[in-house]
Design a protein around this ligand. Structure first.
Ligand code: TPP
Ligand code: MG
Length: 902
């Protein structure tokens, strides 16, 4: 299929708004106002004309007339009836199909709860069915050989509806539906929400954590443009559709990046906010109007806003209401009132809504109470929704948001339509099922209705043929996740030869990474695919030379001469720039990381994100997005620079990170590393590139980087495997000592272990081996895997984990010292012979020097010596008095303030 906008969207209507005032034909007043307006524009220009209009509006306000302020338009449909296009589809068949989807979606949840109580949601999809079906039948374009396909972010709680459609499409079986939310059942089941990790051929984008779908969709749309600018993909402009709940709009992630979308002119982005006026507990804005609030916000942010408030039933009423009283009444009523009109009979609405003004009662005099009750909201009206989608997809220069008013639990009747309990409704009794069946005309007989059977018309029925035909025209099924194997030529270890020789120059691991990255930029196989993502800290990390070297991506190029133009690392923005300099938004940067890290699937283009940021504002701040990156199978590298509670001196409590490694360790697909030396970084990244971009493993990396300069030694022979697995012996202690200890260190704190090694040997007769612990997480996972296998195969020869194989032959005491909280090294404690004594940085940071901080947290050289002696004393190998003496000799205050708090 050729992805031509006009061809697919079926219209060639102009994107420009109607230039004339709207009004009935022959409206003389409208014509006169129009002429004065034209005259003002021609003679005074638009600015002066706008001023005059504003003054006139103020005069009206001064006369007590309620006029929408600033960024609001009246509480009515944005697209006037006159501009509504003809509906191009077979309307009746579509309604029929939608009814079947409603039934099957409901049946799936009700069935699942009948026996197993596994939950599920009916009312979200019930309110959104029309919003989805119009898009499925006319707008969502699937992936074809020459078109990447539109990206669709479905509201997580609407998943049953998407499954119901896939069932009618023949993509899912009854067993799948039967096993909704029972993924471990025989034959497999369907995941509760969109999870690519669990349904990798189906779902593309996880959305159920409210707010993450919206922010990801913005950065996905922007990343599509980045890929175009850098010539990775062609000019075809797939749309990014994001369906959002009105309650979800309260999440800061939903709204936080709106201006980026407008600034970047992302007209490839369409948001549909399902304004059913309710969230989980109750109304979203009982005392106000969520649609109006959002309209002002989006217009202020520079979006194109299309409101779909009223269904076609209202057109006639509005057209006959010459006084504007109906609109006034619509604006007076608050969302709490509108919710009430749903649950009450039509007589209530007649009395309380229309009845406020006698003229309005006359206006609906010809309607029965039932007809009043059924007056449709815009989001349930196929034609209105189609008009909005068409306008949105043709709009040029801005992202569009469609604010569609709907009813939560639409069609559930007393079982949950518009009720505050709607969201949680998962069960329906037989009477409610019958009503549902009647309302949507589902061919299910009385004798089986209590079982809520699924219903699919025969494959050769006109409905199913129509359904499949529409998808065929639009390029295939949505959602579909496809991963074509794509391999990169990644660098071999030899590409980083200088790292293995070491250097006497003192540098930090952050600087070592910077050097490694510039070597990567010289490698033909990966050079272009690298996507450095930085939230405004490149200078902090010494990466600012990249600005000039590869440029900062900017859709506008650089319209000004940068103040530092003459310097080596000037702020260089370019249309084909490679760096994503995100500004101060860790959430936005993570969204970019995810878009880039999934480009291998979304676009079949393997991009390699390197997200370099201020460690403290990593998982602690955006952990949920990191979790999602695991679910979506993102690949790439996250580099938490300025790591360590004591290495980042001076900054204090809110900056010093001693726990990201633990957070990162909780994410199942993350390989969390804490490298001490440049060569370790080179080994880890080289292997990561191979695993992700040659072998195609769905993993990503977290590396802690530090800013303390120290000597980067040469790589000892044969340690690559240990580096990757998480532990290797870096420097053995002297032989011929009576006592033996093992010091496990990571990051620059390994230097405390190395210094302690000398003191222990010289002053206390202890031979201490120093080990570099590059990844406690990986050691633990390996140990857990072995333990589990051994437990389940108790009579077989036991498997031995890496940490056990390494440590079991060793004698003596084990001490770990870390710039992170103790739980990080403690991850391996169960497998350390004789136990592990851990020194770490639990508690809040302080602003002070490294030396004082390390003494405070007890992770400095002296504390490490004391730790080793204490561990030996506990084993009965030395007298406790030796430890006490060492505390005095080394000048450590045993009564010092405790950093730990509770
Ligand atoms: C971050 C986050 N917080 C809370 C929830 C739990 N939750 C799921 S749906 C929901 C209400 C959703 O309301 P709305 O966004 O209006 O969607 P609707 O179902 O009304 O379309 C809540 C609170 C969640 N999924 N994610
Ligand atoms: Mg809602």
């Amino acid at each position: 299929m050729k992805a031509d906008k006009k061809e697919v969207y079926g219209s060639s209507a102009s994107a420009l708004p109607d230039a004339r005032l709207h009004g009935p034909k022959g409206d003389k007043l409208a014509d006169s106002v129009q002429s004065v307006f034209d005259l003002a524009i021609a003679s005074q220009g638009p600015e002066r004309t706008a001023q005059l209009l504003e003054q006139l509006a103020d005069r009206l306000r001064a006369n007590q007339h309620e006029l929408p302020r600033g960024f609001n338009t009246p509480y009515a449909n944005t697209i006037p009836v006159a501009q509504q296009p003809e509906y191009p589809g077979d309307w009746k068949t579509e309604v029929r199909l939608k009814s079947l989807m409603r039934w099957n979606a409901m049946a799936m949840v009700v069935k699942a709860n009948h026996t197993t109580n596994v939950g599920g949601h009916i009312s979200t999809y019930a309110s959104a069915a029309t919003l989805y079906e119009v898009a499925f039948n006319h707008f969502f374009r699937g992936r074809t050989a020459d078109f990447p396909g539109d990206a669709v972010y479905f509201q997580g709680h609407a998943a049953p509806g998407v499954y119901a459609r896939a069932f009618l499409e023949g993509r899912l079986t009854e067993t799948h539906l039967q096993n909704f939310r029972q993924e471990l059942a025989e034959g497999g089941g369907l995941s509760s929400y969109p999870h690519p990790y669990l349904m990798p051929d189906f779902w593309q984008f996880p959305t159920v954590s409210m707010g993450l779908g919206p922010i990801m969709s913005i950065y996905q749309a922007r990343f599509n443009r980045y890929l175009q600018a850098r010539k990775f993909i062609g000019d075809q402009d797939p749309k990014v559709w994001c369906f959002i709940g009105d309650g979800e709009s309260d999440e800061p992630e939903t709204l936080g990046s709106l201006t980026l979308a407008a600034r970047e002119n992302l007209d490839n982005l369409v948001w549909v906010i399902n304004c059913n006026l309710q969230r989980l507990d109750g109304p979203v804005r009982g005392n106000g109007k969520i649609i109006q609030e959002l309209e002002a916000l989006f217009r202020g942010a520079g979006w194109n806003v299309i409101k779909v408030v009223w269904g076609s039933d209202w057109d006639d009423l509005l057209a006959r209401d010459k006084s504007g009283l109906l609109l006034k009444r619509m604006e007076e009523a608050v969302d709490g009132d509108y919710q009430k009109y749903v649950v009450e009979p039509g007589s209530y609405t007649r009395k309380h809504f229309f009845g406020k003004y006698p003229e309005l009662l006359k206006l609906v005099h010809h309607l029965t109470d039932e007809q009043i009750r059924k007056l449709l909201r815009g989001g349930h009206d196929t034609r209105k929704v189609y008009a909005a989608y068409q306008a949105a997809t043709e709009h040029v220069g801005q992202p569009t948001v469609i604010l569609a008013k709907t009813v939560k639990g639409y069609g559930l009747g007393e079982a949950g339509e518009g009720r505050n309990i709607s969201h949680q409704q998962k069960k329906m009794n037989e009477k409610e099922l019958r009503e549902f069946r009647e309302r949507f005309n589902i061919p299910v007989s009385d004798d089986v209705i209590a079982d809520t059977p699924f219903y699919r018309p025969p494959a050769d029925s006109p409905e199913i043929k129509y359904l499949l035909e529409r998808r065929k025209i639009l390029g295939g099924f949505v959602p579909t996740r496809q991963v074509a194997p794509v391999k990169l030529e990644v660098p071999a270890l030899s590409h980083f030869a200088e790292f293995f020789r070491g250097s006497t120059r003192e540098i930090s691991t952050t600087m070592a990474f910077g050097r490694l990255f510039s070597l990567l930029l010289q490698h033909q196989g990966v050079r272009k695919n690298l996507v450095p993502i930085i939230p405004d800290e490149a200078r902090t990390f010494g990466l600012d030379t990249l600005f000039r070297e590869i440029g900062i991506y900017s859709s506008k190029g650089q319209l000004y001469e940068p103040v530092d133009r003459k310097t080596l690392s000037f702020y260089h923005e370019a249309k084909d720039g490679q760096i994503l300099e995100e500004g101060i938004t860790e959430a936005g940067s993570m969204a970019s990381f995810i878009a880039a890290g999934t480009a291998y699937a979304t676009h079949g283009v393997p991009m390699i994100p390197f997200y370099i940021y201020y460690s403290m504002f990593g998982p602690q701040r955006v952990g949920d997005l990191m979790w999602l990156a695991g679910d979506i199978k993102a690949r790439g590298f996250m580099l938490g620079a300025t790591s360590g509670r004591t290495t980042l001196n001076g900054e204090g409590l809110q900056h010093q990170d001693g726990h990201s490694l633990l957070h990162a360790s909780t994410i199942p697909t993350v390989l969390a590393y804490d490298p001490a030396f440049g060569y370790e970084i080179a080994v880890i990244i080289t292997d990561g590139l191979r695993r992700m971009f040659v072998e195609g493993e769905d993993i990503f990396y977290y590396l802690a980087l530090y800013n303390e300069n120290h000597v980067m030694p040469a790589m000892p022979a044969g340690v690559e495997d240990g580096i990757l697995k998480g532990l290797y012996k870096f420097k053995a202690g002297p032989e011929k000592k009576k006592l033996k200890a093992h010091l496990l260190g990571s990051g620059p704190i390994i230097n405390a272990a190395l210094a302690a090694q000398e003191i222990l040997a010289e002053r206390y007769g202890v031979s201490a081996d120093v080990w570099s612990a590059t990844s406690y997480k990986l050691l633990r996972m390996d140990a857990i895997r072995c333990q589990r296998w051994n437990m389940l195969h108790p009579t077989a020869t036991p498997r031995r984990s890496h940490v056990e194989s390494l440590l079991a032959p060793e004698k003596g005491a084990f001490v770990a010292v870390s710039d992170n909280i103790r739980t990080v090294p403690d991850q391996i404690a169960p497998w350390v012979p004789g136990g592990l004594l851990t020194l770490g940085t639990d508690g809040f940071g302080r602003s002070d020097t490294r030396a004082r901080l390390r003494r405070f947290f007890q992770v400095d050289t002296e504390s490490t010596v004391i730790g080793a002696l204490y561990a030996l004393a506990q084993r009965g190998e030395i007298d406790r008095a030796v430890v006490a003496q060492a505390i005095t000799d080394l000048g450590v205050d045993p009564e010092k303030v405790q950093p730990q708090i509770v």
